[in-house]
Write a protein that binds this ligand. Sequence first.
Ligand SMILES: NC(=O)c1ccc[n+]([C@@H]2O[C@H](COP(=O)([O-])OP(=O)(O)OC[C@H]3O[C@@H](n4cnc5c(N)ncnc54)[C@H](O)[C@@H]3O)[C@@H](O)[C@H]2O)c1
Ligand SMILES: O=P(O)(O)OC[C@H](O)CO
Length: 316
Amino acid sequence: MILADAGCEVTLWARRPEVAEAINTTRTNPDYLPGFVLPEGVRATTDPAEAADGAEFTVLTVPSQTLRENLARWAPVLPSDTVLVSMMKGIELGTAKRMSEVIGEVAKAPAERVAVITGPNLAKEIADRMPAAAVVACRDEAVARRLQTACHTPYFRPYTNTDVVGCELGGAVKNVIGLAVGIADGMGLGDNTKASLMTRGLAETTRLGLSMGADPQTFSGLAGMGDLIATCSSPLSRNHTFGTNLGRGMTLQETIAVTRQTAEGVKSCESVLDLARRHGVEMPLTETVVDIVHNGKPPLVALKELMSRSAKAERH
Ligand SMILES: NC(=O)c1ccc[n+]([C@@H]2O[C@H](COP(=O)([O-])OP(=O)(O)OC[C@H]3O[C@@H](n4cnc5c(N)ncnc54)[C@H](O)[C@@H]3O)[C@@H](O)[C@H]2O)c1
Ligand SMILES: O=P(O)(O)OC[C@H](O)CO
């Protein structure tokens, strides 16, 4: 929608023929965005070759853990000069790779042809054309500027950044912190708790980023603090809502059963922790989320353990 509103011709690839058909005939996606009419510049197909034909930008937004498998199928039909754009906010399980790394590896694309769009961009608010800012990151600033122009609309204001690592980490870790804040909400805890989780969550994200060569300033920008605020404050966030259900006492299976859309943090909390361990970085909040979500630790027990950790200086 944003790309079409900015004047681009857009072809969506859809898995299900009925979704492509609905988009082409009614300009709606009744399953995922009922009530929203897509702009004229958007059409859909189930044929990846048709979707990729002549594409200046190829925007990838499948659930992170399915990217490698999907992209392996699409890679042969991608134009050799297309810029591959990730909107995914996850880290691959098993490899602990960022999505841009998976893209580079599978599509054999150099870093100059891989970009990221991230920031406080809750889908429903975007579909409502409510004003939002974002970050368009690419190691090659000229490519970032081209993409910035391609997605700049009166309601969507993208800023460029060359710190791809920091932008991707901000997006992936905020989902884990969003789960933690949701759990706190579900437990009936207050705003001091939430503010503390968000702030210390950003501190551990920054710590990880620094160890991976990211620019620490990225984390106080839209990809870091901005997205963290949106995710941790909004009931529209799937990660936040997932956490709230867990905090209210639902089991993991019950929570998964009532969650239809992708909550990336549920899987990525494990890969973020894996990444942190590979870099020798302590991430106590991420570890706590993994314990609650995957190791069956009751939230109250996890909270007590978190609060009784040894006292530290703030910058640690
Ligand atoms: N929704 C948002 O507000 C938002 C905003 C910014 C970034 N993101 C990121 O976008 C990525 C995708 O999330 P989303 O919001 O589109 O999720 P979603 O659950 O709303 O949609 C996922 C889409 O992928 C499809 N899908 C599921 N499994 C698939 C598979 N194995 N192969 C191919 N397609 C598959 C689904 O049919 C659906 O169309 C995530 O990394 C998320 O963090 C989401
Ligand atoms: O619904 P969530 O939790 O995946 O968050 C959506 C976006 O990432 C917010 O920017």
